[in-house]
Design a protein around this ligand. Sequence first.
Ligand code: SAM
Length: 274
Amino acid sequence: MIISEKELKPKLGSRTALPFWDDEHISKEMLKCHLSFENDLASRKLETIQKTVESIIKETALKPGAKVLDLGCGPGLYTEEFAKRGFQVTGIDFSKRSIAYAKESADKNKLSIRYDYQDYLNLDFDNEFDLIIMIYLDYGALTDDERSILNPKIVKALKDKAYFIFDVYSGEHFKNSKNTSSMDEFPQGGFWSEKPYSLIKENFLYPEALADLTRYKVFQNDRVKTYHIWNYSFSLEALRDAFLPWGKVNKINFKLSTDSKIEETFFVSFLKEL
Ligand SMILES: C[S@@+](CC[C@H](N)C(=O)[O-])C[C@H]1O[C@@H](n2cnc3c(N)ncnc32)[C@H](O)[C@@H]1O
């Protein structure tokens, strides 16, 4: 039987039905990655996070008391830094485990932060925030359709003359991406399951969309679970087009650190101006 490339390569923007961020085991492993500050696997290093928060405050000239929303706040590493500096902060995430950790940590550190366990694609605020952030390349992990849902919701949630600040992969990242395939055995279990499994990891390129997909196939007891992790890269022009009706988009040159992915990424500010 001949299998064509079309059949092997998933459709651009396709998702599988399995939970990822909120999976019982994966979310446990993910939280460990968020909290391990020696690496920048799931969150950046604490020093970079603190520099990012200082740089955002400088960029936006916001004063303590202003209202900040963190989309995909994870365990609350950015929310706490903003709260410590006197901002009124809300964090949204749909990992139950991360939200539970974030709430406990805020209590322990005597910080008043609102946390909502919610899919940010269902965001429903109106004219509420002076600043919305979405950090660690989450914007580009969304598909085109998901971004078309989220963008107007973000705009609606911002006050006039308020900012949405986020980071994305640049075209440089896409240029360095390759079609790859590898297989590994995990006899003691690992990131994808606590029980033994085999893993096929493949990377597919979609030059027409500056996107790449990492597909993980987890084989266990005659069952296979498939996960799709998308990474879209962006030009500034494409982001300007996406937010054109609602305000201005600019690249911001934060000098943050030398952490591994930062060279291929850039920060963007959207200023709502109706
Ligand atoms: C790469 S992590 C970054 C976390 C945090 N911004 C940081 O840098 O420490 C992405 C986070 O977004 C959350 N997330 C992904 N999709 C989401 C969605 N649709 N709604 C709410 N949270 C989401 C995940 O649960 C995860 O905590």
